[in-house]
Design a protein around this ligand. Structure first.
Ligand code: GLU
Length: 297
Protein backbone atom coordinates (compact mmCIF):
# COMPACT_ATOMS: atom_id res chain seq x y z
CA UNK A 1 0.00 0.00 0.00
CA UNK A 2 1.30 3.49 -0.80
CA UNK A 3 0.56 6.36 1.56
CA UNK A 4 -0.09 9.89 0.26
CA UNK A 5 2.67 12.29 1.19
CA UNK A 6 1.74 14.40 4.21
CA UNK A 7 0.07 17.73 3.47
CA UNK A 8 -1.27 20.03 6.18
CA UNK A 9 -2.67 23.54 6.24
CA UNK A 10 -3.44 26.61 8.30
CA UNK A 11 -6.70 28.17 7.17
CA UNK A 12 -7.35 31.51 8.89
CA UNK A 13 -10.47 33.59 8.29
CA UNK A 14 -9.15 37.14 7.78
CA UNK A 15 -11.46 38.78 10.30
CA UNK A 16 -8.52 40.39 12.12
CA UNK A 17 -4.79 40.13 12.79
CA UNK A 18 -3.12 36.95 14.08
CA UNK A 19 -3.36 36.80 17.88
CA UNK A 20 -2.17 34.45 20.62
CA UNK A 21 -5.14 32.12 20.01
CA UNK A 22 -4.83 31.79 16.25
CA UNK A 23 -1.07 31.35 16.65
CA UNK A 24 -1.76 28.09 18.52
CA UNK A 25 -3.61 26.58 15.54
CA UNK A 26 -0.99 27.88 13.10
CA UNK A 27 1.82 26.49 15.23
CA UNK A 28 0.24 23.06 15.72
CA UNK A 29 -0.41 22.59 12.00
CA UNK A 30 3.10 23.78 11.13
CA UNK A 31 4.77 21.56 13.75
CA UNK A 32 2.84 18.51 12.61
CA UNK A 33 3.78 19.08 8.97
CA UNK A 34 7.45 19.65 9.77
CA UNK A 35 7.56 16.69 12.20
CA UNK A 36 6.34 14.46 9.36
CA UNK A 37 8.54 16.03 6.68
CA UNK A 38 5.34 17.12 4.96
CA UNK A 39 4.04 20.13 3.10
CA UNK A 40 2.38 23.01 4.94
CA UNK A 41 -0.06 25.25 3.09
CA UNK A 42 -1.73 28.52 3.97
CA UNK A 43 -5.31 29.08 2.84
CA UNK A 44 -7.06 32.39 3.43
CA UNK A 45 -10.70 31.58 4.14
CA UNK A 46 -12.26 34.77 2.85
CA UNK A 47 -15.49 33.37 1.40
CA UNK A 48 -17.59 35.56 3.66
CA UNK A 49 -16.66 39.04 2.46
CA UNK A 50 -18.90 40.63 5.09
CA UNK A 51 -16.64 39.24 7.85
CA UNK A 52 -13.38 39.97 6.06
CA UNK A 53 -11.45 42.88 7.58
CA UNK A 54 -9.46 45.06 5.17
CA UNK A 55 -5.73 44.37 5.51
CA UNK A 56 -6.22 41.40 7.85
CA UNK A 57 -4.98 38.73 5.43
CA UNK A 58 -1.80 40.69 4.64
CA UNK A 59 -1.18 41.25 8.34
CA UNK A 60 -1.67 37.52 9.14
CA UNK A 61 0.80 36.55 6.40
CA UNK A 62 3.37 39.06 7.67
CA UNK A 63 3.07 37.80 11.23
CA UNK A 64 3.42 34.16 10.16
CA UNK A 65 6.56 35.13 8.24
CA UNK A 66 7.91 36.96 11.31
CA UNK A 67 7.30 33.76 13.30
CA UNK A 68 9.38 31.80 10.79
CA UNK A 69 6.40 29.92 9.32
CA UNK A 70 6.86 29.88 5.56
CA UNK A 71 4.28 28.03 3.45
CA UNK A 72 5.17 25.47 0.82
CA UNK A 73 3.84 26.93 -2.40
CA UNK A 74 1.38 29.71 -3.15
CA UNK A 75 -1.12 31.02 -0.61
CA UNK A 76 -4.63 29.99 -1.65
CA UNK A 77 -7.53 32.49 -1.46
CA UNK A 78 -11.06 31.10 -1.19
CA UNK A 79 -12.60 34.24 -2.69
CA UNK A 80 -10.98 33.26 -6.03
CA UNK A 81 -12.39 29.74 -6.08
CA UNK A 82 -16.12 30.24 -6.59
CA UNK A 83 -16.16 27.98 -9.64
CA UNK A 84 -15.01 25.01 -7.54
CA UNK A 85 -17.70 25.52 -4.88
CA UNK A 86 -20.28 25.97 -7.64
CA UNK A 87 -19.24 22.64 -9.19
CA UNK A 88 -19.43 20.80 -5.85
CA UNK A 89 -22.83 22.38 -5.13
CA UNK A 90 -24.10 21.19 -8.53
CA UNK A 91 -22.79 17.70 -7.78
CA UNK A 92 -24.81 17.71 -4.53
CA UNK A 93 -28.06 18.84 -6.23
CA UNK A 94 -30.10 15.77 -5.30
CA UNK A 95 -29.23 16.19 -1.61
CA UNK A 96 -29.86 19.95 -1.40
CA UNK A 97 -33.05 22.01 -0.95
CA UNK A 98 -33.95 25.69 -0.54
CA UNK A 99 -34.98 26.84 2.93
CA UNK A 100 -36.90 29.98 3.93
CA UNK A 101 -36.62 29.65 7.73
CA UNK A 102 -35.17 32.61 9.60
CA UNK A 103 -32.64 32.16 12.42
CA UNK A 104 -35.32 33.19 14.88
CA UNK A 105 -37.73 30.54 13.63
CA UNK A 106 -35.03 27.89 13.98
CA UNK A 107 -33.68 29.02 17.37
CA UNK A 108 -37.07 29.46 19.04
CA UNK A 109 -38.83 26.10 19.34
CA UNK A 110 -42.10 27.92 20.20
CA UNK A 111 -41.94 29.53 16.79
CA UNK A 112 -42.54 26.08 15.39
CA UNK A 113 -39.11 24.93 14.33
CA UNK A 114 -35.79 23.82 15.75
CA UNK A 115 -34.32 23.01 19.12
CA UNK A 116 -31.47 24.78 20.87
CA UNK A 117 -28.00 23.50 20.03
CA UNK A 118 -26.42 21.26 22.65
CA UNK A 119 -22.98 21.33 21.05
CA UNK A 120 -20.95 23.86 19.14
CA UNK A 121 -23.39 24.10 16.27
CA UNK A 122 -26.23 26.37 15.34
CA UNK A 123 -29.67 25.34 16.63
CA UNK A 124 -30.60 21.95 15.21
CA UNK A 125 -32.64 22.41 12.06
CA UNK A 126 -35.68 20.10 12.09
CA UNK A 127 -36.07 19.85 8.32
CA UNK A 128 -39.07 22.20 8.03
CA UNK A 129 -38.44 22.99 4.33
CA UNK A 130 -37.30 19.48 3.33
CA UNK A 131 -40.52 18.75 1.52
CA UNK A 132 -40.91 22.27 0.13
CA UNK A 133 -41.06 25.86 1.37
CA UNK A 134 -44.26 27.43 2.64
CA UNK A 135 -46.21 29.14 -0.14
CA UNK A 136 -45.13 32.65 -1.07
CA UNK A 137 -41.85 32.61 0.87
CA UNK A 138 -38.42 33.02 -0.68
CA UNK A 139 -35.26 31.02 -0.05
CA UNK A 140 -32.78 32.37 2.50
CA UNK A 141 -30.34 29.50 2.07
CA UNK A 142 -29.74 26.07 0.56
CA UNK A 143 -29.35 23.15 2.96
CA UNK A 144 -27.93 19.69 2.50
CA UNK A 145 -29.84 16.74 3.92
CA UNK A 146 -28.23 14.63 6.61
CA UNK A 147 -29.21 10.95 6.98
CA UNK A 148 -32.72 10.60 8.36
CA UNK A 149 -33.47 10.52 12.06
CA UNK A 150 -33.07 7.05 13.51
CA UNK A 151 -30.53 4.41 14.32
CA UNK A 152 -27.19 5.07 16.02
CA UNK A 153 -25.38 3.47 13.09
CA UNK A 154 -26.13 6.72 11.27
CA UNK A 155 -23.58 8.38 13.54
CA UNK A 156 -20.54 9.77 11.82
CA UNK A 157 -17.58 8.24 13.65
CA UNK A 158 -13.95 9.29 13.36
CA UNK A 159 -10.78 8.99 15.35
CA UNK A 160 -9.21 12.30 16.36
CA UNK A 161 -5.44 12.01 16.84
CA UNK A 162 -5.63 13.84 20.18
CA UNK A 163 -9.22 13.65 21.37
CA UNK A 164 -9.79 9.99 20.45
CA UNK A 165 -12.94 8.41 19.04
CA UNK A 166 -15.74 10.86 18.19
CA UNK A 167 -19.29 10.06 17.20
CA UNK A 168 -22.00 12.47 16.17
CA UNK A 169 -25.58 11.72 15.20
CA UNK A 170 -25.97 14.37 12.53
CA UNK A 171 -29.76 14.39 12.37
CA UNK A 172 -30.26 15.11 16.07
CA UNK A 173 -27.06 17.06 16.76
CA UNK A 174 -26.67 19.24 13.66
CA UNK A 175 -29.65 18.77 11.32
CA UNK A 176 -29.67 19.64 7.63
CA UNK A 177 -27.04 22.38 7.33
CA UNK A 178 -26.48 25.39 5.12
CA UNK A 179 -24.19 25.20 2.08
CA UNK A 180 -25.04 28.48 0.44
CA UNK A 181 -26.81 31.64 1.51
CA UNK A 182 -29.30 33.51 -0.64
CA UNK A 183 -26.81 36.41 -0.94
CA UNK A 184 -24.55 33.96 -2.79
CA UNK A 185 -21.98 33.33 -0.05
CA UNK A 186 -20.69 29.80 0.37
CA UNK A 187 -20.79 28.22 3.78
CA UNK A 188 -17.51 27.39 5.49
CA UNK A 189 -18.47 23.69 5.60
CA UNK A 190 -18.64 23.37 1.82
CA UNK A 191 -15.60 25.52 1.00
CA UNK A 192 -13.37 23.78 3.54
CA UNK A 193 -14.25 20.31 2.23
CA UNK A 194 -13.69 21.30 -1.41
CA UNK A 195 -10.35 22.94 -0.65
CA UNK A 196 -8.98 20.29 1.71
CA UNK A 197 -9.53 17.80 -1.12
CA UNK A 198 -8.22 20.12 -3.87
CA UNK A 199 -5.03 20.70 -1.87
CA UNK A 200 -4.73 16.95 -1.13
CA UNK A 201 -4.65 17.66 2.60
CA UNK A 202 -3.89 14.45 4.50
CA UNK A 203 -3.94 15.93 8.02
CA UNK A 204 -6.17 18.69 9.34
CA UNK A 205 -4.75 20.20 12.54
CA UNK A 206 -6.87 23.02 14.05
CA UNK A 207 -8.60 24.27 17.21
CA UNK A 208 -10.91 22.03 19.18
CA UNK A 209 -13.78 24.49 18.60
CA UNK A 210 -14.07 22.89 15.15
CA UNK A 211 -14.26 19.31 16.45
CA UNK A 212 -18.06 19.42 16.18
CA UNK A 213 -17.93 20.63 12.57
CA UNK A 214 -15.89 17.62 11.50
CA UNK A 215 -18.81 15.16 11.16
CA UNK A 216 -20.61 17.61 8.84
CA UNK A 217 -17.45 17.84 6.77
CA UNK A 218 -17.10 14.05 6.65
CA UNK A 219 -20.74 13.79 5.51
CA UNK A 220 -19.99 16.17 2.61
CA UNK A 221 -16.78 14.31 1.74
CA UNK A 222 -18.79 11.09 1.46
CA UNK A 223 -21.50 12.67 -0.70
CA UNK A 224 -18.85 14.18 -3.00
CA UNK A 225 -16.73 11.02 -3.13
CA UNK A 226 -13.73 12.77 -1.56
CA UNK A 227 -11.19 11.24 0.84
CA UNK A 228 -11.42 12.01 4.57
CA UNK A 229 -8.18 13.40 6.00
CA UNK A 230 -6.95 12.58 9.49
CA UNK A 231 -7.92 15.12 12.15
CA UNK A 232 -6.11 16.49 15.19
CA UNK A 233 -7.88 19.16 17.25
CA UNK A 234 -5.74 21.18 19.65
CA UNK A 235 -6.67 23.10 22.84
CA UNK A 236 -7.79 26.71 22.66
CA UNK A 237 -6.11 29.70 24.25
CA UNK A 238 -8.66 31.27 26.63
CA UNK A 239 -8.93 34.67 28.29
CA UNK A 240 -9.36 35.17 32.04
CA UNK A 241 -13.13 34.75 31.73
CA UNK A 242 -12.52 31.33 30.16
CA UNK A 243 -13.68 32.46 26.71
CA UNK A 244 -11.92 31.35 23.54
CA UNK A 245 -9.43 34.07 22.66
CA UNK A 246 -10.66 35.79 19.52
CA UNK A 247 -11.01 39.24 18.07
CA UNK A 248 -14.52 39.40 19.60
CA UNK A 249 -13.23 38.56 23.08
CA UNK A 250 -10.56 41.24 22.85
CA UNK A 251 -7.45 39.34 21.70
CA UNK A 252 -4.63 41.74 20.87
CA UNK A 253 -2.72 41.38 17.58
CA UNK A 254 0.67 39.67 18.09
CA UNK A 255 3.42 42.23 18.50
CA UNK A 256 6.33 41.54 16.17
CA UNK A 257 8.80 42.64 18.83
CA UNK A 258 7.49 40.03 21.28
CA UNK A 259 7.45 37.03 18.94
CA UNK A 260 9.71 34.86 21.14
CA UNK A 261 7.34 35.13 24.09
CA UNK A 262 4.28 34.49 21.93
CA UNK A 263 5.88 31.35 20.46
CA UNK A 264 6.69 30.11 23.95
CA UNK A 265 3.13 30.71 25.25
CA UNK A 266 1.60 28.85 22.29
CA UNK A 267 4.07 25.97 22.67
CA UNK A 268 3.21 25.59 26.35
CA UNK A 269 -0.49 25.54 25.64
CA UNK A 270 0.24 22.72 23.20
CA UNK A 271 2.00 20.87 26.01
CA UNK A 272 5.55 21.17 24.68
CA UNK A 273 8.07 21.07 27.51
CA UNK A 274 9.78 24.39 26.74
CA UNK A 275 10.85 26.85 29.43
CA UNK A 276 12.59 29.70 27.70
CA UNK A 277 11.79 31.99 24.81
CA UNK A 278 13.84 31.45 21.64
CA UNK A 279 14.17 33.31 18.37
CA UNK A 280 12.10 31.60 15.63
CA UNK A 281 14.83 29.52 13.96
CA UNK A 282 16.02 28.12 17.27
CA UNK A 283 12.47 27.70 18.51
CA UNK A 284 11.43 25.45 15.59
CA UNK A 285 14.65 23.44 15.81
CA UNK A 286 13.73 22.55 19.39
CA UNK A 287 9.95 22.35 19.06
CA UNK A 288 9.65 20.03 16.03
CA UNK A 289 11.24 16.95 17.70
CA UNK A 290 9.25 17.61 20.91
CA UNK A 291 6.01 17.65 18.90
CA UNK A 292 7.06 14.56 16.93
CA UNK A 293 7.57 12.65 20.19
CA UNK A 294 4.11 13.65 21.46
CA UNK A 295 2.23 13.09 18.19
CA UNK A 296 3.77 10.24 16.22
CA UNK A 297 2.33 10.18 12.69
N1 GLU B 1 -11.20 29.48 8.86
C1 GLU B 1 -11.47 28.83 10.11
C2 GLU B 1 -11.15 29.76 11.26
O1 GLU B 1 -10.40 30.70 11.09
C3 GLU B 1 -10.64 27.56 10.32
C4 GLU B 1 -11.00 26.51 9.36
C5 GLU B 1 -10.31 25.16 9.53
O2 GLU B 1 -9.19 25.09 10.05
O3 GLU B 1 -10.93 24.19 9.11
O4 GLU B 1 -11.67 29.54 12.33
Amino acid sequence: MTCSPYAGRFAPSPTGALHAGSLVAAMASFLDARAQQGLWHIRIEDVDQARTAPGAAASILQTLAACGMAPDGEVLWQSRRNHLYEAAFAQLAQHVYPCCCSRKEIADPDAGAGSPATRNAPAVYPGTCRSGMACGRTARAWRVKVPDFGAMEECIVFEDRRCGRQAQHLASEAGDFVLRRADGFWAYQLAVVVDDAAQAITDVVRGVDLLDSTPRQIHLQRLLGLPTPRYLHVPLMRNQAGEKLSKQTGAAPLAHDGIEKSLLAAARLLGLPMDHPHAPEDFWRRAVPLWAAMHPG
